[in-house]
Design a protein around this ligand. Structure first.
Ligand SMILES: [Zn+2]
Length: 286
C-alpha cells in the first residue's frame, strides 16, 4: 500500500528565460559543478525542451524539514491509546524552527530523504488539475535543483508546458492559472509526535486519527510542536517518489484531497488550509 500526497508550490514563475535557469539557479545552487557539466546539462535540457516549443516555468515546489531523536526514545512496537503502533526510526521529531515549513496538508519531507529523492521529479508529467492520464499530459519536468538555504532546502523544478495547448498557455500567460501543485507517492508516513510508521490508513496512530494533523502537542521538554506526517525515510529507497507537477486553478482544493480521507469535515479543512498559508502560499515573483 502507499499514500498519495499533493502539495502546493511555494513560488511559481512562468515563462522563465532558459539562460536564467542555467546561469542564476543551476550554476549557483548545485554545489561545485564544472563548466563542462553545466554545458552538458544545458544541452540535454535544450534538446528535450526547446523554448520555442515549450513554455518553461520555474517552480519552487517543496522544502525540507530537519528532524531529531527525542530523549530516551526506542524503536519497536508500542501501544498508543490501546492502538498497536510501531516505531522503526528514532529521528522523527520535527525541529521547532522548521514548523512553518510543514506544508498546508501537514506533510513534511525530511532533508536527507528529500535530497535522495528530488531527482524523481525529472521526467514527471505536467498535468492540469492532477488529471493523471498520460494522453492528457501537457508537458513534463525537465530539470530539478536543490537549493540549500541553511534552515531548509528548497527543491526547484523547471517545467516545460507544450505550447500546442494554446488555451492553457494563454491562461498561464494571462495569470488565470498561476499556481502549481505536485503529487507524490510514499510507501509510508511517519507520525512526528509518536514516530509510528503507517503504510496505509489502517496503520495510522491515534495522534493522526483522533488529535488530527496540525494539532499541537507538548514534547518531553514541554516545547510545543504540531503533529505532521513525514513522508518516507531516507533509509528506504523509493519510499518517496514525485509523480507529477500540475497547473491548478484552485490549489487549496487539490491540496485537500488527502485530508478528506482522514477527516470528512471539509469546512474545517478549508479553514485550516487558509490559516497555514505562510510558506506554501502561491506567490508570483515579479
Ligand atoms: Zn503518532
Amino acid at each position: 500500500m502507499s499514500f498519495k500526497r499533493y502539495a502546493n508550490a511555494i513560488i511559481s514563475q512562468p515563462n522563465i528565460e532558459f539562460d536564467r535557469w542555467m546561469d542564476e539557479l543551476r550554476t549557483q545552487h548545485n554545489g561545485v559543478v564544472t563548466k563542462n557539466s553545466i554545458s552538458r546539462v544545458a544541452k540535454i535540457v535544450l534538446r528535450k525542451a526547446d523554448p520555442h516549443q515549450y513554455l518553461l516555468s520555474h517552480v519552487t515546489i517543496v522544502a525540507s524539514v530537519d528532524c531529531y531523536e527525542p530523549d530516551g526514545i526506542t524503536t519497536g512496537k508500542f501501544l498508543n491509546r490501546d492502538i498497536q503502533c510501531e516505531r522503526r526510526w528514532k529521528n522523527f521529531r520535527i525541529k521547532s524552527e522548521c514548523e512553518d515549513i510543514i506544508n498546508n496538508n501537514q506533510d513534511a519531507w525530511e532533508r536527507s530523504l528529500l535530497l535522495s529523492t528530488y531527482r524523481t521529479f525529472i521526467g514527471a508529467p505536467n498535468y492540469l488539475e492532477h488529471i493523471q492520464i498520460p494522453e492528457l499530459s501537457k508537458g513534463f519536468v525537465v530539470d530539478t535543483i536543490a537549493r540549500d538555504l541553511g534552515e531548509t532546502c528548497y527543491i526547484d523544478i523547471l517545467v516545460a508546458t507544450d505550447r500546442k495547448h494554446k488555451m492553457l498557455i494563454n491562461d498561464i500567460m494571462d495569470e488565470n492559472i498561476c499556481a502549481m501543485s505536485m503529487g507524490c507517492i510514499s510507501l509510508f508516513t511517519i507520525c512526528s509526535k509518536c514516530g509510528n510508521v503507517a503504510s496505509d490508513d489502517s496503520q495510522l496512530c491515534p495522534c493522526i486519527l483522533y488529535d488530527g494533523k496540525g494539532s499541537k502537542f507538548k514534547d518531553e521538554s514541554g516545547i510545543s510542536h504540531k503533529i505532521a506526517e513525514l513522508v518516507g525515510h531516507v533509509s528506504v529507497p523509493n519510499s518517496n517518489q514525485f509523480m507529477d507537477a500540475s497547473w491548478v486553478r484552485n490549489p487549496a482544493f487539490s491540496g485537500a484531497q488527502r485530508r478528506n480521507i482522514l477527516n470528512p469535515d471539509t469546512v474545517s479543512i478549508a479553514s485550516k488550509l487558509d490559516e497555514v498559508s505562510s510558506v506554501y502560499a502561491i506567490k508570483r515573483e515579479n
